[in-house]
Design a protein. Sequence first.
Length: 184
Amino acid sequence: MFGIDAAAGLFSSALSSMFGANSTKSSNSSDNINSSDFLSAYEAQTQQKTSDMVKSLDKNGDGTLSIDESGMSKQAFSAIDTNGDGQLDSNELNAAYVKQDMLTSAQNLMKTYDTNGDGKLTATELRISQQDFAALDTTGSGAIGIHELMDANPMKSLYEQYASTANIFTTNPANTLQGLNLTA
C-alpha cells in the first residue's frame, strides 16, 4: 500500500510551493516531511486562517459568518455552507480551505510532472516505482488524474475529519472527493 508518508513525500514539492520551503521540513531536520509533522503543522495553519477570517468579518460576534458578513457571492457561500443553515462555521471553513489546498497541490503536481501535457501522470513522469504508482492508480488505467492525486493527498484525512464534523457528506454528496466536478 502506498503509505501516507510516501504520499507526503510525493506532495512535498507541491506543498513547499504552497506553504513556503521551510514549512515542509520534518521535525527530525531531514529534507523529507513525514505525515504527522505535516498534518499537525497544516491543521494549525488552517485553523489559524479560519480563526483570523472569522475574527475580521464576524460583525455580530456569534462565531460564524452570514452571507453578508462573508462578502461572498451566493454561489460561493452556498458551496461552503454544506449544512445549509445560512452560516459558515469553523468546520465548514476549514473543510473549504483543505479542499481548495488539495486541489491546488494536485494541480501543482500535474503542472510540474505532466511532461507530455495530457492531463495525466505516469510512474515515469512522477519518477516513482511501479509499485508505489500502482497504489495511486486506483482505476488501473496506467495514468493518474486530479481525482487520484487528491485521494492520495495526505490532507485527505484532515478534510474528511472537518467534513464529517460539518456534516458535509450526509448533507451534500457532491462534497465528497469523488463528487467533485473538477477540471485541471
